[in-house]
Design a protein around this ligand. Structure first.
Ligand SMILES: NC(=O)c1ccc[n+]([C@@H]2O[C@H](COP(=O)([O-])OP(=O)(O)OC[C@H]3O[C@@H](n4cnc5c(N)ncnc54)[C@H](OP(=O)(O)O)[C@@H]3O)[C@@H](O)[C@H]2O)c1
Length: 311
């Protein structure tokens, strides 16, 4: 598995306990099934797992540590919900490493662009100590990515990647040049929630979920997008959600999908190798643009970004 160019990434936001699964994710999946999904990911060479301390209400990290992290790629994050305080990143990373039963993480992301310099400086220290192998930023604008790249490069550290929301219906980072900037600079772009939290799936498969309930009206507006997805799925002999995954892969975006079952891992592994034609991409984009539906939205986490402190 090549860390510099992963075909796909498995999100762990949906892993967690029974209460969390049923209340937030609409269903609970037993640990044994998630372990099978992990094994399948290793067999399919997409064993890259994306984590954060709050995933699964804080359980996902402990789960993966318990299941075994010796032969997988671990991506984890520091989430600055408050302003920078000395050693805040170090304390959080040490808890991660304790959970993962490891002495390093493969990729570590600054989850939000709050106090960028201060947080990155601490990440740089941890990188130099060998506790972090690659550094990325998440939910950053192009200007914030440029700043981060310069801060890291001043210490001889490359910016590994950018992890932002991207899907058929959310392509702002392409429109405003961030995706091209990443490609031009050899920086990996990971698209999170490419299934829009399970809404860009087959509308004919009736599955209840809190997201479907919350976004019922918006889901109806997505019907023209679903129609094109269904046609493209049928011409490639794949499933409808795989069209959403293949769309990202075809655009040079690493598709990140919340997988809890072996079948979902296989869907992702297969889809990430499918190249949609220019015409198929154009039809999906046209349908998405006319539907003009925002579900998560590229700016979903901007409200959590704190203003810079006066120096
Ligand atoms: N950096 C950030 O700020 C940020 C923010 C959000 C998410 N993320 C990362 O991105 C990952 C993906 O996001 P997400 O899990 O929230 O949302 P998502 O991947 O868009 O959607 C997850 C949903 O898709 C369904 N699903 C997965 N594979 C499927 C398949 N093959 N066929 C049909 N349905 C399928 C799941 O179904 P089931 O319910 O049946 O499992 C679940 O309901 C997260 O786990 C996390 O690692 C990062």
């Amino acid at each position: 598995m090549n860390i510099n160019d992963p075909a796909a990434v498995i999100g762990t936001n949906a892993w967690g306990g029974k209460m969390y699964g049923k209340a937030i994710r609409g269903s609970y999946v037993e640990d044994e099934v998630i372990i099978e999904a992990m094994e399948e990911a290793k067999r399919r060479d997409i064993a890259v797992f994306d984590l954060a301390r709050d995933y699964g209400f804080g359980k996902a990290q402990k789960m993966i540590g318990h299941f075994g992290t010796s032969d997988v790629i671990i991506s984890s994050k520091y989430t600055p919900f408050t302003h920078y305080k000395k050693d805040c990143v170090r304390r959080s990373l040490l808890k991660d490493l304790d959970d993962f039963k490891r002495d390093y993480v493969d990729i570590y992301w600054l989850h939000l662009p709050t106090d960028i310099e201060e947080h990155l400086n601490e990440i740089i220290e941890l990188y130099k100590e060998g506790k972090i192998k690659n550094v990325g930023v998440s939910n950053f604008t192009l200007e914030e990515c440029e700043r981060s790249k310069a801060i890291l490069e001043a210490h001889g550290i490359p910016l590994y990647g950018v992890q932002n929301h991207y899907s058929i219906i959310c392509r702002e980072w392409e429109r405003n040049g961030l995706l091209k900037w990443c490609k031009d600079n050899g920086i990996s772009f990971w698209g999170w929630a490419v299934l829009e939290e399970g809404l860009l799936v087959d509308p004919r498969v009736r599955k209840k979920s809190p997201m479907k309930f919350t976004f019922n009206r918006k889901v109806r507006k997505l019907e023209p997008v679903y129609s094109v997805m269904i046609e493209i799925a049928s011409s490639h002999n794949i499933k409808v959600p795989q069209v959403a995954m293949a769309f990202c892969a075809s655009k040079g975006v690493v598709p990140m999908v919340g997988c809890r079952k072996p079948s979902q891992v296989n869907d992702l592994a297969d889809a990430s190798g499918i190249k949609l034609t220019e015409e198929e991409i154009r039809r999906l984009e046209k349908a998405a643009d006319s539907a003009n539906v925002k579900i998560m939205g590229a700016d979903i986490f901007r409200a959590f970004v704190l203003k810079e402190r006066k120096k």
